[in-house]
Design a protein around this ligand. Structure first.
Ligand SMILES: C[S@@+](CC[C@H](N)C(=O)[O-])C[C@H]1O[C@@H](n2cnc3c(N)ncnc32)[C@H](O)[C@@H]1O
Length: 219
């Protein structure tokens, strides 16, 4: 499947599923206390900055709203116009834009933080370096990234396809994703790998990677 076809399927799939997704997951953070703990740690790192924080692949916006409740100037971006419409309707005080994570219409260094939760899973594996290069471009020096994804602890492969109702999806090797983030110029701050027993839906590991853009880039 070509890149554009892959993106079209993802966008159309989430357009159709948006209302159901909000109903199913809109209050789900309490079922994922470790996700919420990482979001809290990320919020502590980015709170009070002069630049906004972008929730990339924000879906219906409930994580963006959680960041806002934690005192972060957060805004959201999603590929699906239906998700964006729903997020705007549900959280009218937060800015949400439609767009692609590999090409965000914001200037270089314009973000103090970037969070992406369960949204790189639909990226074709060959496109992941371009997405991480874009995250690096968008972050200001010293800015923080929190990346959360369905994971695999076997580093033999980068991507492990899985059966997803909405669009083709991949679990990612935590070690290999961390290596790609380093290749993009980001530095690791912390990582958490949640045991499969805590995933009530599929029984997958979850990877949470906290990285930052160096304050000064090496030449
Ligand atoms: C599984 S949902 C996660 C939504 C939300 N982050 C959460 O934690 O519930 C994946 C979201 O990523 C979005 N997405 C997938 N590929 C994207 C891309 N290339 N650019 C922007 N958003 C994308 C989808 O439209 C969908 O809303």
């Amino acid at each position: 499947m070509g890149e554009l076809e892959h993106m079209r399927r993802t966008r159309d799939g989430y357009d159709s599923a948006a209302a159901q997704y909000l109903q199913l997951f809109g209050n789900s953070l309490r079922e994922y206390p470790l996700d919420d703990a990482m979001i809290g740690a990320f919020a502590d790192l980015v709170r009070g900055g002069s630049r906004p924080v972008l929730d990339v692949g924000c879906g219906p916006g409930y994580v963006t709203d959680r960041l806002r409740a934690l005192g972060v100037r957060a805004r959201g971006l999603d590929l699906s116009s239906e998700m964006v419409a729903l997020a705007r309707e549900t959280f009218p005080d937060i800015e949400f834009e439609q767009g692609r994570m590999a090409e965000v219409a914001l200037p270089d260094g314009s973000l103090d933080g970037l969070l992406s939760r369960s949204s790189i899973i639909h990226t074709p594996p060959g496109d992941l370096p371009a997405v991480f290069a874009e995250f690096h471009r968008l972050l200001a020096p010293g800015g923080h990234l929190l990346l959360t994804f369905q994971a695999h602890v076997d580093d033999a492969e980068l991507a492990w396809p899985f059966d997803h109702k909405v669009a083709p999806a991949y679990r990612w090797s935590v070690g290999r994703v961390a290596a790609l983030l380093r290749e993009a110029g980001l530095q690791e701050t912390a990582r958490m790998v949640v045991a499969p027993e805590l995933d009530p839906i599929r029984g997958f590991h979850y990877g949470h990677l906290l990285f930052r853009k160096p304050v000064t880039e090496s030449m």
